[in-house]
Ligand binder design. Structure first.
Ligand code: FPP
Length: 250
């Protein structure tokens, strides 16, 4: 559990930690450029940040953490960068596995994983198989992920169930629809964090973000610290979430 020292300065209400946090990990390239380093070094530094943020989420008791690691649009990047990111994923899963497993993390993914290189798929599947019974934070790596594609695929799956006689069209509701999304009906993200100064969703969790709180900052992802995460949570806790209703004071 989190210590008071770790909580210092941010006044977190530990009884209201977001159940699900989504992070758009952005700014690796700019971080590297500012240091005259190749972009690949920014991605490598971004992996270090993942390590510290997953640890912090686990300590705080966050149940689900979704990290946007590779979008359906990221294939447009130079081949060498795409190749580097895929290799980095494999290296990440191999080198971090032990620590993640010891910390009870469930390693999972969302997105069209079939289109990833075989070595990535194998590593992901094996990591999932070996950690699925863990009880710590459930970490989803969003890989070859796009919110629009996720919705289209969910519609296709629902239509197939209608055709198969498993689902009646009138039984498809906002809540039953969510079962067809990549991760199924898990709680929607309470908080979506985007560092690096961009103010957009970039195709991240379009269906699930209907009532998410957003937290933006100028910090590039490699510089993002556990203290920044706690700040984001603390700021989010100060907001009045009404989900379209009114609060008790009217
Ligand atoms: C955005 O920064 C970052 C990405 C497209 C990839 C995120 C990947 C990592 C943090 C590391 C790899 C992840 C795993 C799970 C091994 P950008 O390159 O768009 O930065 P820029 O906008 O400053 O150019």
């Amino acid at each position: 559990m989190v210590s008071e020292a770790a909580n210092a300065g941010q006044e977190l209400d530990l009884s209201r930690i977001p159940a699900h946090i989504g992070i758009i990990m952005d700014g690796n390239g700019r971080w590297a450029k500012a240091r005259n380093l190749p972009r690949s070094m920014g991605h490598k530094a971004g992996v270090e940040t993942i390590r510290s943020i997953v640890r912090e989420c686990n300590r705080l008791g966050v149940k689900y953490l979704t990290l946007y690691a590779f979008s359906t649009e990221n294939w447009k990047r130079p081949e060498a960068e795409v190749g580097f990111l895929m290799d980095l994923l494999v290296r990440y899963l191999r080198s971090e596995f032990q620590e993640l497993h010891e910390n009870n993390v469930i390693i999972d993914s969302i997105g069209d994983i079939e289109a990833l290189p075989a070595k990535c798929r194998q590593e992901l599947e094996s990591a999932y198989e070996r950690t699925r019974s863990n009880t710590g934070v459930h970490m989803y790596l969003a890989l070859n992920y796009g919110g629009q594609r996720e919705i289209v695929k969910a519609v296709q799956k629902a239509m197939a169930d209608v055709q198969a006689g498993i689902l009646k069209p009138e039984d498809l509701t906002e809540s039953t629809f969510s079962r067809y999304l990549y991760a199924g009906a898990i709680p929607e993200p309470d908080l979506i964090i985007r560092p690096s100064g961009e103010l957009r969703l970039s195709n991240f969790m379009l269906y699930q973000s209907a009532y998410s709180e957003f937290w933006f900052s100028q910090i590039n992802w490699p510089d993002f610290t556990p203290a920044d995460l706690r700040q984001a949570i603390a700021d989010c806790q100060k907001r009045d979430r009404r989900f379209g209703g009114v609060n008790s004071e009217g």
